[in-house]
Design a binder for this molecule. Structure first.
Ligand code: 5GP
Length: 140
């Protein structure tokens, strides 16, 4: 059984403005910001403003707005980071690798022959995150 949503999670705090994030895109339904432990340069997260723990308990209308934004940010990230491709990832529950329990999609720029860094691995330098956010905002 899927656990219930707990608004104490870090993305809920980012949505409420209680902790900082390198925000790149926002509309009435979604927020996008840089992942602090990127698996590749330019790794970005897109989250709905409506709370859900993950894909399994999200309302269809939440997903509809979210996927539009995922595509919008993915296309911009491919250009901004001159990527060869984009990997989209999304995890549901701890057994599947989920570590933050507010629905999110990972947008990860990919380059021919370059493997991904580990999931939730090393914290990125703040200056690099800031510069990447600026690059991505310029394409959005
Ligand atoms: P999950 O494992 O739940 O799919 O992914 C959570 C993601 O959130 C990871 O990629 C991790 O690097 C990222 N993350 C964890 N804490 C923070 C944070 O405080 N701020 C930001 N921007 N990303 C975070």
């Amino acid at each position: 059984m899927t656990a219930v949503y707990d608004d104490n999670n870090i993305f809920s705090k980012i949505l409420r403005g209680e902790i900082p994030a390198h925000r790149v895109y926002e509309n009435d339904d979604v927020l996008a910001f840089m992942d602090v432990m990127p698996q590749s340069n330019g790794h970005t997260l897109v989250i709905p403003k409506t709370p859900s723990r993950n894909l399994l308990d999200a309302a269809p209308e939440t997903l509809s707005a979210l996927m539009k934004a995922v595509q919008h940010v993915a296309k911009a990230a491919k250009t901004a980071f001159e990527a060869d491709g984009i990997t989209i990832m999304q995890f549901n529950e701890p057994a599947a690798g989920q570590t933050v329990y507010h629905l999110h999609f990972h947008i990860i720029p990919r380059y021919e022959g370059i493997d991904l860094k580990p999931h939730s691995g090393k914290m990125e330098d703040n200056g690099i995150l800031s510069a990447n956010a600026e690059k991505l905002r310029a394409q959005l």
